[in-house]
Design a protein around this ligand. Structure first.
Ligand code: C2O
Ligand code: CU
Ligand code: CU
Length: 503
């Protein structure tokens, strides 16, 4: 059962062929260098670099600048950084805090920071309309009114999110709260972030970002993984329980993470924090911008052994550019003190949003033959227009949003200003652990329809819904929605479904 489901998901995720849609065009796989075998061999014990960790944010400013960083051995890399750090410093706050910082833009381009997953007033949300020019600054201040969880921040300037993130600008924004502190979860050195990003080996030591037509179509994909900015990383772990907060910080790469010996691990959290209980899995899909928190128990391994976290190969056809097998991080098990924590049986209670209470339905269709028009990524046949308001929703309302993907490409769909819950995937089955709890980004497979339920509770204002394949986002796959208090404005804007049973 499990394996046939997995088979199906992988096939459906990878290829139109599985769905009887004919040949998928070859999308330049031969651009990816190196054989997977040799990449994996280079991860043998004794090789590689100790995993780095981003510094903790402190102070009152985030300065964006072009700097030189030592990423690879040998020549330095030009990295676009916040506070001269790659990855960007980890911001850590408690629920109820007010977070204030001044963004200082010393880049040659305009920029603005978006706090991905946080629900903040719209003028604090990093809408591209608020981008600031080189030399300018922007003062942020907002209250953290949110569950504990692993959120993140990155630039959001109009049509330049892809290059700025790729060149290095992204960091974690971790929220703590009392509820989570009361649980017996691994802490301190046993609670570690893993920011996973792909880069192109052929460009070492540079983070070169030049888009071909294929890149605009598929997203900018690399063929090697950096974890926390570390190439060929390894981490020495004791024989106990570890909590990893994983961010897929890639522009476009979809990961399917597993341990090389297929050992199970437990998913405990998703985008918006802890889920109801730990779920045992042996692999997990992670689309761009999604976070997942896992517990791995290394006590099953003997000291002196190693196990590799990797991204499994997937996809139904050779021509499909996602689904390359990639080594991610080698764990070297050593004799050292382990965490005293044990696996909690339950984690939290998540209020299930009730479909019957929904006030409106909206449908977002990605209808495009990318092989004919590779450079356009519209939503409902519209490309992003900064000044156009595409949807108006009433403050406090519960709505059902449907993402209907009738294209050959996967689209990780992201909402600003809200956390939502998955209702259904047209590919069926019960909700997987990776989709449970509160989400702000949901991976929509090719030819899949995904329904989510969301309550709009930010302060009124302008927010975004977009694909988090950053090349899709930069090339139009984004709409404005406005949260309003005036109900009459809402009623004229709400589009009802043409066929209810499809929603
Ligand atoms: Cu992480 Cu609008 O993005
Ligand atoms: Cu966001
Ligand atoms: Cu997309």
């Amino acid at each position: 059962m499990k394996s046939s489901r997995r088979q199906f998901l992988k096939y459906a995720a990878g290829s139109g062929i599985a769905l009887g849609l004919g040949a998928v065009p070859l999308l330049g796989r031969d651009r990816l260098r190196g054989s997977h075998g040799s990449l994996l061999e280079s991860k043998l014990p004794g090789s590689g670099n100790p995993l780095r960790f981003p510094p903790a944010y402190s102070g009152t400013t985030l300065t964006a600048a072009v700097t030189q960083q030592s990423v690879f051995s040998g020549a330095p890399t030009e990295v676009w950084t916040f506070n001269e750090s790659y990855p960007a410093p980890t911001i850590r706050v408690r629920r109820g805090d007010t977070f204030s910082t001044r963004l200082i833009n010393n880049l040659p381009d305009e920029t603005i920071i978006h706090w991905h997953g946080l629900v903040v007033p719209h003028e604090m949300d990093g809408h591209p309309r608020n981008a600031i020019a080189p030399g300018a600054s922007f003062d942020y201040s907002f209250k953290i009114n949110q569950r504990a969880g692993t959120y993140w921040y990155h630039p959001h300037p109009h049509m330049m999110t892809g290059p700025q993130v790729y060149k290095g600008m992204a960091g974690l924004f971790i929220v703590d709260d009392d509820e989570q502190d009361a649980l017996d979860l691994p802490r301190g050195e046993f609670d570690l972030p893993l920011i996973i990003q792909d880069r192109r080996a052929e460009h070492i030591p540079s983070f070169t970002y030049t888009l071909s037509n294929d890149d605009v179509q598929n997203g900018y994909l690399g063929d090697m993984i950096l974890v926390n900015g570390t190439p060929d990383p390894y981490l020495e772990v004791g024989r106990g329980l570890y909590r990893f907060r994983i961010l897929n910080g890639s522009n476009a790469r979809i990961l399917d993470l597993a341990l090389s010996d297929n050992s199970p691990f437990h998913i405990i959290g998703t985008d918006g924090g802890l889920i109801d209980r730990p779920y045992e899995v042996s692999y997990m899909f992670l689309g761009p911008a999604e976070r997942i928190e896992i517990l791995i128990d290394f006590s099953r391994y003997a000291a002196g052994t190693s196990v590799l976290l990797k991204s499994l190969p997937f996809g139904g056809s050779e021509g499909y550019v996602q689904g390359t097998e990639l080594p991610v991080l080698r764990f070297d098990i050593i004799d050292k003190a382990a965490s005293p924590a044990s696996m909690p049986a339950t984690l939290t209670t998540i209020e299930k949003l009730d479909e019957d209470q929904a006030k409106a339905y909206r449908k977002f269709t990605f209808r495009i033959d990318h092989s004919v028009t590779p450079n356009a990524h519209p939503i409902n046949d519209l490309e992003f227009d900064m000044e156009r308001i595409d949807e108006r929703v009433k403050l406090g309302d519960l709505e059902i949003w449907t993402f209907e993907n009738i294209s050959f490409l996967p689209h990780p769909m992201h909402l600003h200003g809200a956390q939502f819950q998955l209702l259904t995937r047209s590919t069926g089955g019960e909700i997987e652990a990776r989709d449970r709890g509160w989400k702000d980004t949901i991976y929509v497979r090719p030819f899949e329809t995904v329904r989510v339920i969301v309550r709009f509770n930010p302060a009124p204002g302008l927010f975004l819904v977009h694909c988090h394949n950053l090349e899709h986002e930069d090339h139009g796959m984004m709409l404005n929605y406005e949260v309003v208090e005036d109900k009459s404005a809402v009623e004229t804007q709400t589009r009802l479904p043409d066929r209810l049973d499809l929603w």
